[in-house]
Design a protein around this ligand. Structure first.
Ligand code: HAM
Length: 412
């Protein structure tokens, strides 16, 4: 039996690198007032259909959807923004001081074709600020993701920034773009042609070279924004510049989710292959209304942990610290060794006892292999305590081993 395609086991040796990502996210995001939230692994299918958008690839072909046996259609969450907004509404978080700042570290599920950096179950760190349309919210979020990627040593990052404007501007622009696409219909790839009616904006994302050439001459949304949206965008840009965050304005930046309005952004890394997106997000001022709530602005991002690890090239292995390894000369001392291991743990040391019937030489080797600071070898009547760094040894009565090793710690 094998793990399902596109999934992976996280083995003990890979934990340290992951914990470092989680620790950095917590430190950086909580330091800015974001508090952790966890939503269910599955939600009603309708949440994503309405939230993420019926015409998106995610909803059309990538969701793990199932009937729960009671006639309800449920879906393994493909992303975190719609669930967090659902929780904001359901839990009455609009009554809290706004904006409500939340972060998450969870796994998500998309039935995509697996390749390097693309999985069917993957992990994201995400941050969402709901209840304020202040451009400083957007700038703060971008800055926090930038800080996180830098902190974790993600190499070769580029930040692309765009604005999609308000829904009204987009409706008008959409018609303009549709007219342009129809005029060039015979030069477009089949995918793009099929989406002229449903999702013309995705044409900017087309992989097909001929389509890409056509799109170079297409009208750009950025040139059609309302004055208010342009001012909002300029304010975000000025704040990013004020804190020396480099970015490129990309008028063709489209994201694979329908809920965005105004600011959108994406960090890519040259250290990654085709799946170069490390993290991205944007503003979703219409989403909560779309889910049945009052008009409520929001903004956020998510970054993939696997892609961060690939781009940070952090191959450090995890080794648990071992203060004391306890061996014994013969099975007559097993009980004493066991008691000693429990005493050591009660005293706050990390302790491991011999559990595999090794020879004396084998036990010393094992103490070395696990990186133990001290080795206590329990013999008949007395115990030899060895300082694994200096090689110094002393005979100590078993009941004094822990105290002796602790004293050793403080003087060494
Ligand atoms: P997204 O761009 O779909 O946005 O995903 C964010 C990040 O998750 C990507 O940049 C990538 O690092 C990672 N990711 C996505 N799909 C996969 C996959 N199949 N395998 C591995 N990593 C993957 C969102 O999910 C939005 N909810 C972000 C957001 C939050 N927008 C506003 N708030």
């Amino acid at each position: 039996l094998k793990a399902p395609k596109g999934t992976f086991d996280v083995l003990p040796d890979q934990q340290a690198a992951r914990e470092r990502v989680a620790e950095a996210a917590q430190r950086i995001l909580e330091g800015a007032g974001y508090r952790r939230i966890e939503t269910p692994t599955f939600e009603s299918t309708e949440l994503f259909a309405r939230g993420v958008g019926e015409s998106t690839d995610i909803v059309q072909k990538e969701m793990y959807t199932f009937d729960d046996g009671g006639g309800r259609s449920l879906t393994l969450r493909p992303e975190g923004t719609a669930p967090v907004c659902r929780a904001y509404l359901e839990q009455g978080m609009h009554k809290l001081p706004q904006p409500v700042k939340l972060w998450y570290l969870s796994s998500f599920f998309r039935k995509e074709r697996p390749q390097a950096g693309r999985f069917r179950q993957f992990w994201q760190i995400g941050a969402e600020a709901i209840g304020s349309d202040d451009p400083a919210v957007d700038a703060e979020l971008v800055a926090l993701l930038s800080t996180l990627l830098q902190d974790l040593g993600v190499e070769g990052t580029r930040l692309r920034l765009g604005s999609l404007g308000s829904p009204q501007t987009r409706v008008e622009y959409r018609e303009l773009l549709q007219r342009f696409l129809r005029e060039h219909e015979d030069e477009l790839g089949a995918d793009t042609r099929a989406r002229i009616d449903t999702n013309p904006l995705r044409a900017f994302d087309a992989k097909d070279e001929r389509t890409q050439r056509v799109m170079e001459g297409a009208p750009k949304l950025l040139d059609h924004l309302s004055t208010e949206d342009i001012e909002h965008f300029m304010a975000v840009r000025e704040m990013l510049e004020a804190v020396d965050i480099d970015y490129e304005v990309d008028p063709t930046l489209v994201r694979g989710l329908d809920y965005y309005a105004r600011t959108v952004f994406e960090f890519t890394s040259d250290a990654l292959g085709a799946q170069s997106g490390v993290g991205g997000g944007g503003r979703y001022d219409g989403l909560i209304e779309q889910l049945g709530g009052p008009p409520t602005p929001g903004c956020g991002w998510a970054a993939g942990i696997e892609r961060i690890l690939l781009a940070a090239n952090d191959a450090r292995e995890s080794q648990l610290p071992v203060d004391l390894f306890i061996g014994f000369e013969s099975s007559a001392q097993r009980r004493t060794a066991f008691e000693l291991s429990m005493d050591a743990r009660r005293a706050g040391m990390s302790a491991q006892m011999e559990l595999a019937g090794r020879s004396l030489k084998g036990q010393r080797k094992q103490a070395d292999r696990v990186g133990a600071r001290w080795l206590a070898m329990v013999g008949a009547g007395t115990t030899t305590l060895r300082d694994m760094e200096s090689g110094q040894e002393a005979e100590v009565p078993p009941e004094r081993v822990v105290a002796q090793a602790m004293r050793g710690f403080t003087t060494s």
